[in-house]
Ligand binder design. Sequence first.
Ligand SMILES: Nc1ncnc2c1ncn2[C@@H]1O[C@H](COP(=O)(O)OP(=O)(O)O)[C@@H](O)[C@H]1O
Ligand SMILES: [Mg+2]
Length: 241
Amino acid sequence: MAQKYVFVSGKGGVGKSTVALGIARCMSEKGLRVLIADFDIGLRSLDLMLGISETVVFDWGDVLLGRCSIKDAVINKGNLAFFPAPVEYDEAFTGEEVKNLFEVLDGDFDFMLFDAPAGVGRVFELACAPAEKAVLVTTPDSVCVRSCAVAAAKVRSLGIEKPGLIINRFVEKPVTKGRLLNIDDCIDAVSAKLTGVVPEDFDIVTSSVTGEQPGRKSPSSKAFERICLRMNGERVELFKD
Ligand SMILES: Nc1ncnc2c1ncn2[C@@H]1O[C@H](COP(=O)(O)OP(=O)(O)O)[C@@H](O)[C@H]1O
Ligand SMILES: [Mg+2]
């Protein structure tokens, strides 16, 4: 059975898609079978980040609406499979249907990662519907941390207990100067266990434009490596290379 995680933040632009994709790529390189599904209806971005936007024809909405099969919509890149989001929201999408759709794929994957949209509304609920676990993503500033706490409360209200927390775009210097929150402040504000810390990394900015993955030695790749191992149940320190 696949472990099913939804990546949420409340606020947009904090790095949910980047972090979910970094983890998905890292897991697939370890030989794990990973499905990453975009739930950002209308504002999808994972196809661009993967550098395959030209090859997207169908999405999971088309499958739910009976326009194509799952096989037609899922794009495979080795161990990594990608399920694009619909361009438009349709009232016909229900949490139950979305849950059933991913249950059909359960046996084919070790991990399924669902990339939630900003906000905590209807589409956020759709993204949470097939998930059993959640990863909260925040940047270490009070605006994002507050909205992350709202998203944390929402996932708990949907029955997903004990979400993990990933602090993204972490930079040590402003923290020590008191301009950003430190790691403990973030953990306290959202009451979640820390899964990992991803540093600010310029390679991520260029990679999301080119679709090329940051090199293995980039600071973010090293962070994703540790996070992957931790999500896979291994005891790994947060910061050690
Ligand atoms: N650790 C990081 N270092 C540098 N830039 C990052 C990092 N994480 C995300 N970004 C950049 O931040 C922007 C928003 O990221 P994205 O993953 O689209 O956020 P979200 O999915 O939460 O809306 C993108 O341009 C991305 O390249
Ligand atoms: Mg996103």
